[in-house]
Design a protein. Structure first.
Length: 116
């Protein structure tokens, strides 16, 4: 059995990675950007930060489209809240939960960032 330190490695901010991963989603794309900038080493946290950025920035942009986005926001808002809660829960449970298409895109973007 692993001790707690091995199970939840610390991050640059000296938090357990599952806590920091869950925090990536708390304020949508804003916390995604913040954790991408602050966390340079932990791949688990960086993945969740990038996925948060892509998902919630995309939802924000869709709902910002005049008329069509506003009408769609009636459906998007409850689905977005459900997705937000699921992603926080999965990150907290230490799961690298990849959304279809978006999760793969997030990984590709991280690889590009890490090469720089």
């Amino acid at each position: 059995m692993k001790n707690n330190k091995e199970k939840n490695p610390k991050t640059m901010l000296n938090l357990e990675e599952n806590i920091e991963g869950a925090l990536c989603y708390t304020l949508g794309f804003v916390t995604g950007v913040v954790f991408l900038l602050l966390e340079k080493e932990n791949k688990f946290v960086r993945f969740h930060a990038m996925q948060s950025l892509i998902v919630f920035l995309g939802l924000f942009l869709i709902t910002a489209i005049p008329f069509i986005g506003w009408a769609a926001s009636v459906l998007i808002a409850p689905l977005g809240i459900a997705l937000w809660l699921i992603l926080i829960y999965k990150a907290y449970r230490e799961e690298k939960f990849k959304l279809p298409v978006i999760g793969d895109f997030a990984e590709k973007q991280l690889k590009k960032l890490d090469k720089k």
